[in-house]
Design a protein around this ligand. Structure first.
Ligand code: ATP
Length: 362
């Protein structure tokens, strides 16, 4: 069983003051597609490289199946890695690139050919087997890099931003191909990206990392609906969740003229340590136009409307002038207090108008 387990793993680079990865505890199930996601520099690549044996582990243990591989040579870990830059050999054909690792491992020629041809068929590369990488498109090169990993029939795939050199449209196509290929092959996979959309669409589960520390692991749905903290709330979802610090007044949370009803469960959960303050998060699709006469509303002055065809995004700010922000833990937000609302197409009044919105208490 190719489960992968990080057991309290830390990595501190020589001369660094903070660990790049701190006390990582993470278990990946056999056959699972797990995505590591987080902002640049949060420790994703370091985690993957420790699993590959390319980076020292300063503390803790890494297991593949029941075997402690913490001090095992990279070549003996039975994993295959796909990198961002593909690292194809330019002077070799696609066939030789894909079969190279097997040749080094001294597999019989027949077996190499059989595996390369099978992988080429799976990846739609059969007609390109005799070409050199320079005569391929970016997407085809990316598939050769995948093919090279597949033919090794490893226990674990590691992928580090494998789509980042592709244009936007090809990225979308290729990410669905990789996800379905992984399910077909059933090989345990760890996939690194900083793109939350990639994480949401590809992962069976997602691990969100910030500053070397694991914030939350869960299915895309769990992270979207039940983020463990305001960082995950702001990081997962596009456009980002609107987050603001409100004051509790009786049955409502209040910020300027904005009033949000609080459920009894939320009010019961408040403690004196909250000091009458509460962070309210609402997704762009979690707001509706308030009915006439509603008292608990969020009056929004519209700055800009973006019509996207299928729906529209309204960008605005609180009409009473307060900034929607959570200041201290808000480095995921670049909205400067702006609120984003998703509405049906061509329903939003033009910029300068005020919309009265309301949030479902749930
Ligand atoms: P990105 O998305 O930008 O690739 P990442 O999440 O993969 O980022 P890492 O590459 O794991 O992040 O880096 C984590 C931290 O460790 C960063 O602060 C980085 O500067 C530092 N770091 C990475 N490699 C080294 C190294 N060889 N020596 C010293 N510090 C390093």
């Amino acid at each position: 069983m190719a489960t992968v387990r990080f057991d309290n793993v830390s990595r501190i680079y020589p001369g660094a003051t903070e660990p790049a990865v701190k006390n990582l505890n993470l278990e990946v199930a056999d056959g699972e597609f797990l995505v590591l996601v987080g902002p640049s520099g949060c420790g994703k690549t370091t985690s993957l490289r420790m699993l590959a044996g390319l980076e020292d582990v300063n503390e803790g243990h890494i297991y593949i199946g029941d075997k402690d591989v913490t001090n095992v040579q990279p070549k003996d870990r039975d994993i295959a890695m796909v990198f961002q830059n593909y690292a194809l050999y330019p002077h070799m054909t696609v066939r030789d690139n894909m079969g190279f690792a097997l040749k080094i491992a001294k597999l019989p020629k027949d077996e190499i050919n059989k595996r390369v041809e099978k992988a080429a068929k799976t990846l739609g590369l059969t007609q390109y087997l005799d070409r050199k990488p320079k005569a391929l498109s970016g997407g085809q090169r990316q598939r050769v890099a995948m093919g090279r990993a597949i033919v090794r029939q490893p226990q674990v795939f590691l992928m580090d931003e494998p789509l980042s050199n592709l244009d936007a449209k090809l990225r979308v196509q290729t990410r669905t191909q990789i996800a379905s290929l992984q399910h077909e092959l059933g090989v345990t996979t760890l996939y690194v990206t900083h793109d939350q959309t990639e994480a949401m669409t590809m992962g069976d589960r997602i691990a969100v990392i910030k500053d070397g520390i694991l914030q939350q692991v869960g299915t895309p749905r769990e992270l979207y609906d039940r983020p463990a903290n305001s960082f995950v709330a702001g990081f997962i979802g596009s456009p980002s969740m609107n987050l603001g610090r409100f004051r509790v007044e009786g049955e409502h949370a209040v910020l300027g003229e904005a009033r949000v009803p609080l459920s009894a469960a939320t009010r019961d959960a408040l403690t004196s340590a909250d000091n009458g303050q509460i962070i309210i998060g609402f997704r762009p699709e979690g707001l509706q136009i308030a009915p006439e006469g509603a008292t608990a509303t969020i009056p929004l002055t519209i700055d800009l409307v973006e019509e996207l065809g299928s729906d529209a995004y309204v960008y605005g700010h609180l009409a009473s002038g307060e900034q929607l922000s959570i200041s201290d833990d808000d480095d995921s937000s670049d909205k400067f207090g702006q609120i984003v609302v998703r509405v049906p197409p061509h329903t939003a009044p033009p910029a300068g108008n005020v919309m009265h919105l309301q949030i479902e208490p749930g």
